[in-house]
Design a protein around this ligand. Structure first.
Ligand code: AQP
Length: 339
């Protein structure tokens, strides 16, 4: 048995992946493979909560899987799988529903953002959107996960996961490991390019707010060119998220892509005009995306390989998931046919 701590991380294929998804989570994945036992999941069940058109689901799922591999996730070192292929996620989700409280879910900020308008709940909001933090808790707890690299928006959901696990453990003993989020100080909340006080999201209706990993290079340059900065004159490039959200956002993107500290970059960029700064950032992002997209295309063209990877990953994930689920069924005293 491996003694390495366990990592679980996932992205929902609810649209084309964004540079926010990459910077907030995916960029950490390949490095983590040496020191952790890693499970990387394409969370297709989660995508049902937000997507409008299910005909894209398969394509988006394979796109996401190809990006995982393009970012350096190695199926020989990590378990890479599709959530719907491991039925234990849904099974545990039902059980954990019965250990979570309605009032806890009502507090989830993401639900408030997506499922309410002002003070009122949107009547047509699907129940899955309300409930999905429980499925997320199941994803994480099934594998006895120790750490979860996530963007800042998911912090509250990890706290809920811990609350549910703790509640369960206090009754049945140490059934679940308590997961800790890994949230980097910079890059954990990449903001929309035109509205830098709002998170960059794949479902944003204004595509100029978002850099998609599949964007062609000319549109990346144009989107960064149009991005909101501020009216400071002369141009002043330094990190101040409160007063200079647009500049700070571009600095965070540039820092993550170039692997350089935000404050070192600020010093290097002293005296540079905003137009020149945008050109520097868009050059770096374009170069990065060009390389990533080349690797992505190699995987995306080979659906046979993708299916093989997903199948083998799901077999390995199911084995682990079943161990936890069996323990839970036994603790809860379900009637068992073969015992
Ligand atoms: N803008 C972001 N900055 C940093 N991290 C981000 N993540 C998402 N957006 C940013 C992180 O990516 C991981 C996977 O997220 P997800 O796609 O499963 O769900 P999400 O957070 O709801 O992402 P989106 O893009 O906003 O999706 P939609 O528009 O479909 O709701 C998570 O760790 C997340 O924090």
């Amino acid at each position: 048995m491996s003694s390495k701590p366990i990592v679980f991380s996932a992205i929902q294929p609810s649209g084309n992946l964004t540079i926010g998804n990459y910077i907030g989570t995916m960029r950490h994945w390949s490095k983590m493979q040496s020191n952790y036992e890693c499970l990387y999941c394409v969370a297709d069940l989660h995508a049902l909560t937000t997507i409008q058109n299910y005909s894209f689901l398969k394509t988006r799922t394979l796109d996401a899987l190809s990006f995982y591999l393009a970012c350096g996730v190695d199926p020989e070192k990590s378990i890479v799988f599709i959530q719907s292929h491991v039925h234990q996620h849904s099974q545990l989700s039902w059980i954990l529903n019965c250990f979570a409280r309605f009032s806890e879910l009502l507090r989830m900020t993401q639900f408030k953002v997506k499922g309410t308008q002002g003070e009122k709940y949107i009547p047509k909001t699907n129940l899955g959107l309300f409930n999905y933090p429980i499925l997320m808790a199941s994803d994480i707890l099934l594998y006895q996960t120790n750490v979860v690299p996530v963007g800042y928006d998911q912090k509250q959901h990890i706290e809920l996961t811990r609350t549910i696990a703790d509640r369960f453990n206090s009754i049945y003993g140490d059934v679940f490991a308590l997961p800790t989020p890994i949230i980097n100080q910079y890059g954990s909340k990449i903001m929309a390019l035109l509205e830098p006080k709002k998170k960059m999201s794949k479902s944003d209706i204004n595509k100029n707010n978002v850099i998609f990993l599949l964007d062609d290079i000319s549109s990346v340059v144009s989107k960064i060119n149009k991005s909101v900065t501020d009216s400071d004159r002369p141009s002043a490039i330094y990190y101040d998220i409160k007063n200079k959200p647009g500049i700070s956002n571009l600095l965070e993107i540039f820092s993550a892509i170039s692997n350089k500290d935000v404050h070192v970059l600020s010093k290097e960029l002293q005296g540079v005009m905003y137009t020149e700064f945008k050109k520097i950032v868009s050059d770096a992002v374009s170069k990065f995306l060009h390389k990533l997209q080349r690797r992505y295309t190699d995987y995306r063209c080979d659906e046979t390989l993708l299916k093989k990877i997903a199948y083998e990953g799901s077999m390995k994930a199911q084995l682990k998931a079943e161990t936890t689920l069996k323990k839970i069924y036994s603790e809860l005293n379900f009637f068992h046919l073969f015992k």
